[in-house]
Design a binder for this molecule. Structure first.
Ligand SMILES: [Zn+2]
Length: 301
């Protein structure tokens, strides 16, 4: 399908692979332009946001709430919002890392033509990237399940603080999950007061994110397929591609003969589709990549 060498893997090179064969193929593909990025949780771990499935994955001790639970069970919804209320400041405080900044710089240099992210933390946009497609939505807003009104999280946060003076996590309740929530004891949950939609006066609010068990809106998926099909390279950054939601774009690229390049710590479900794979930390690798392709915006070494 292309003149690329067989998949080459760098096992956890602390030097982020600069100078190795796999890294050089990565640089060559990016320098050629037309890159579409598909990013996942691994890109945000260096910003302090944990990864469900990465090396410090939390999936084993934290089962994410499903869409069915959230929409059908008022108690589950209450629990979600109480935890989210306490966990949100930790997400809100997170800042873009070197990896996000490198992607934004590659976009400004015209080498990255599209960014699809599975992350709901808004850190691509905070780093200056534009036109980011949030495949799984964003935590920075809530949507009313009755009337569809969208409320910024900051506004909802103010209303929640007013309704819950003095409410907090208490001891031990500060470990945030990737969905932006924390574990809370039952008595703390019972004391939490949730607020409803202000637009229609009572509709239940849902964070504007795609829950486990929920379908990504069809038009959003279509936009992503459009980006991928027009790409010269699909560059996967920090995703194990475990969920079909993101993996299907890798399959589509493979089917169209579009080279797939993966930078991730650890194996991914898409490895068999990859022209090349760099197994190394994202921030240092992407910073080195930026320098290698000579894009403006590279931090001085
Ligand atoms: Zn409403």
């Amino acid at each position: 399908m292309s003149a690329l060498p067989d998949a080459a893997v760098l096992p956890g090179d602390p030097g982020a692979g600069a100078g190795t064969a796999a890294f050089e193929v990565l640089a060559e593909r990016v320098r050629a332009g037309g890159v579409v990025v598909l990013s996942g949780a691994g890109l945000s771990t260096e910003s302090g946001i944990p990864d469900y499935r990465g090396p410090s994955g939390s999936l084993r001790r934290h089962t994410p709430m499903t869409y069915q639970e959230f929409t059908r069970d008022p108690l589950a919804r209450h629990r979600y919002w109480a935890r989210s209320y306490v966990g949100w400041p930790l997400i809100d405080r997170a800042r873009p890392n070197d990896g996000h900044r490198a992607v934004a710089a590659l976009q400004r240099a015209g080498l990255v033509g599209g960014i699809v992210t599975q992350n709901v933390d808004g850190l691509h946009q905070a780093s200056g990237a534009t036109g980011v497609v949030e495949l799984h939505g964003g935590l920075d807003r809530a949507v009313c399940q009755a009337c569809g009104a969208v409320e910024p999280r900051a506004s909802l946060g103010s209303r929640l603080r007013a309704a819950n003076p003095g409410f907090g996590a208490g001891p031990g309740g500060t470990e945030v999950n990737p969905d932006g929530d924390v574990e809370l004891a039952d008595d703390a949950l019972a004391a939490f007061v949730m607020v409803d939609c202000v637009t229609c006066g009572g509709g239940p609010l849902k964070p504007d994110v795609v829950f486990f068990g929920e379908t990504v809106p069809r038009d959003r998926v279509g936009r992503c397929f459009g980006l991928v099909e027009a790409a010269r390279t699909l560059l996967v950054l920090g995703s194990s591609l475990t969920v079909m939601s993101g993996y299907r774009f890798v399959l589509r690229a493979r089917d169209r003969g579009i080279p797939v390049v993966i930078v991730n710590q650890g194996p991914t479900r898409g490895d068999a589709c990859a022209a090349v794979r760099v197994d190394a930390p994202l921030g240092p690798t992407l910073t080195a990549l930026l320098r290698r392709v000579g894009a403006p915006g590279a931090a001085p070494s």
